[in-house]
Write a protein that binds this ligand. Structure first.
Ligand code: GSH
Length: 217
């Protein structure tokens, strides 16, 4: 089984970080293909890999899967011996709900605070009421998961799981724009930010030559 993962710029592609971090954290070998996004030839290159024309996408033998959440599920299915989702059914139900909530929501926060892994931390002003509500909801969700299922480790469900991979880009947004979150959320953010694989992603993003103005604030 050989995994080949399509990703976008490490400086900006929040969706790409999710499966990349998951594979790294679980020690699953993969090859990566990076397509710099929003350039003259980007779409053609993305479409050559996946009909959705977006990163991330994953090829494995005869299968092609795209969209970060679908990729996470595919990897979990291929590696049933790894606790990619928490083993406990109640924890797993919450982990899947949070991953889906993250995947489909928080659009105000996302729009106001674009992911930029190489931007030095600096505030940009107060969030709108809608973005502030998104931030408060994420903070509460993290605290709830940690309080109910996180006692055995530093992550949402104790050990690192798919739920953490889904939220990792938000950690970057919260840090980069110095958003106001609880001390429990800050502790959780530190756990993500000190992961060697997360550091590797950030360092690679810093070294990239491409600058996309729409993600620079
Ligand atoms: N919901 C998708 C979103 C994928 C997505 O929007 N990817 C962006 C990069 S972060 C992309 O490929 N943009 C390039 C384009 O649309 O041309 C996922 O979770 O994978």
């Amino acid at each position: 089984m050989t995994f080949s993962l399509l990703i976008g710029n490490k400086a900006y592609s929040s969706w790409s970080l999710r499966p990349w971090l998951l594979l790294k954290q679980f020690g699953i070998p993969f090859e990566e293909t990076l397509v710099p996004l929003y350039g003259p030839e980007s779409k053609e290159k993305l479409l050559a890999f996946s009909p959705a024309g977006k990163a991330p996408a994953l090829r494995c033998d005869d299968s092609l899967v795209w969209d970060s959440l679908a990729i996470v599920e595919f990897v979990a299915e291929r590696y049933p011996d790894l606790a990619i989702w928490p083993r406990d059914p109640a924890a797993r139900a919450l982990a899947r709900s949070l991953a889906a909530e993250m995947h489909s929501g928080f659009t105000a926060m996302r729009g106001e605070f674009p992911t930029n892994f190489r931007r030095p931390p600096r505030p940009v002003g107060a969030p709108s009421p809608a973005a502030a509500a998104d931030i408060a909801r994420i903070d509460a969700a993290w605290r709830d998961a940690r309080a109910r299922f996180g006692s055995e480790g530093l992550f949402l469900f104790g050990a690192f799981s798919a739920a953490d991979a889904m939220f990792a880009p938000v950690v970057c947004r919260f840090s980069t724009y110095v958003l106001d979150v609880s001390t429990q959320a800050q502790d959780y953010m530190r756990a993500i930010e000190t992961l060697p694989a997360y550091r590797e992603w950030v360092e690679s993003g810093r070294a990239e030559p491409w600058v996309l103005e729409k993600f620079e604030q």
